[in-house]
Design a protein around this ligand. Structure first.
Ligand code: UDP
Ligand code: MG
Length: 161
């Protein structure tokens, strides 16, 4: 048997994906949503937000000591962000693979950053990097009422179960 980070394969996993201010400005929201839809992931929550400073400092608390941290917070505050929760088997790991390396110069063609971005400080998208982090980030960005449970009609075609 194979296991996902959420337990037995068959239990759905969720992750936080955010189109950052440069991605919204560059009209990449549709392209990014399209890639997640095409992969078969299910949209559970979505909103356009001007992120509060408190949310951003919690979101990036691990990076507080980094030299780029002040610029990162300014960048993330510079305009609206599209925050989303996507669900599916192995969605955390698969999303990171779709997003590509943090530095677009290292990101492989075919990935979002490898196809659409030019610089590490303007890399268009965020995706949670582990199952545990995803749980924290989803509860930081979304209330329970903003997350919608809905029945997928493509499940057996996607997962053969
Ligand atoms: N970042 C940056 N310069 C760097 C490293 C990171 O501006 O040298 C920014 C970039 O927007 C990145 C974010 O900080 O996406 C968070 O960094 P992390 O290492 O968590 O990368 P990610 O998980 O987004 O790939
Ligand atoms: Mg990260």
């Amino acid at each position: 048997h194979r296991y996902s980070s959420s337990g037995l394969l068959g239990i759905q996993e969720r992750t936080l994906v955010a189109v950052k201010p440069d991605g919204v400005q560059r009209r990449l929201v549709g392209e990014i949503i399209h890639r997640f839809e095409q992969r078969g992931f299910q949209l559970i929550g979505m909103k356009l937000v001007q992120a509060p400073k408190e949310v951003l400092s919690e979101h990036y608390h691990d990076l507080q000591e980094k030299p780029f941290y002040p610029a990162l917070i300014n960048y993330m505050s510079s305009g609206p962000i599209v925050a989303m929760v996507w669900e599916g088997h192995n969605v955390v790991r698969m999303s990171r693979a779709m997003v590509g390396d943090t530095n677009p110069a290292e990101a492989r063609p075919g990935t979002i950053r490898g196809d659409l971005c030019a610089h590490i400080s303007r890399n268009a998208i965020h995706a949670s990097d582990s199952f545990e982090v995803a749980k924290k980030e989803i509860s930081l960005w979304f209330s329970d009422q903003e997350l919608i449970e809905w029945q997928s009609c493509i499940h057996s075609n996607l997962y053969n179960m």
